[in-house]
Design a protein around this ligand. Structure first.
Ligand code: NI
Length: 177
């Protein structure tokens, strides 16, 4: 496995709608290695989620995993995901992003949703998520649609450099997505 270079805000790949992939392409050694490398890259940089455009691949693949204080999320690979909102209440909380290093900001997200898509083996998955898991899914799904969390903030007044975030807002927070 390899640790991949992460694309940063300003790279056009982060603003493109990513391509869905066929089951045949998904089964290829190249895509299976990409998924392994995305997971290794996410762990290396303390991420809780990583979308393929963040490693310069405009493909509809995202990986998610968290063992942090905000919630336990098992390893989840989402291919060609579709998101359906199940609870229109929005909750605002802090987010960071590996493609926007050294920043945190408060982002409103739907409380609960359903995801339909494929797992890495091409099997259909249908899962329901709420709270932090739903937040991370929305963050990664946005990446696949060419959006970043800054686009979702109500305003930029809470946008903070990490050191100031730690000092003034939430000293224990480390995760990115
Ligand atoms: Ni991100």
């Amino acid at each position: 496995m390899s640790i991949l270079k992460v694309s940063r805000l300003g790279h056009p790949v982060l603003r493109m709608e990513s391509q869905r992939i066929s089951r045949e392409t998904l089964a290829s050694a190249a895509i299976q290695k990409l998924i392994d490398d995305m997971m290794e890259t996410m762990v290396e940089y303390y991420g809780v989620g990583l979308a393929a455009p963040q490693v310069h691949e405009s493909l509809a693949i995202a990986v998610i995993e968290s063992h942090g204080p905000r919630g336990e999320i098992p390893v989840t690979v989402l291919v060609n995901p579709d998101v359906t909102v199940l609870d229109e209440e929005m909750i605002e909380d802090w987010e960071g992003c590996l493609s926007i290093p050294d920043f945190r900001g408060r982002v409103p997200r739907w409380r609960k949703l359903r995801v339909d898509g494929l797992d890495r083996n091409g099997n259909k998955i249908h899962l329901t998520a709420d709270g932090f898991f739903a937040r991370v899914i929305q963050h990664e799904f946005d990446h696949l649609m060419g959006r970043v969390y800054l686009d979702r903030m109500r305003d930029l007044k809470t946008l903070s450099h990490f050191a100031e975030f730690q000092r003034y807002w939430m000293p224990q927070e480390k995760e990115n997505a």
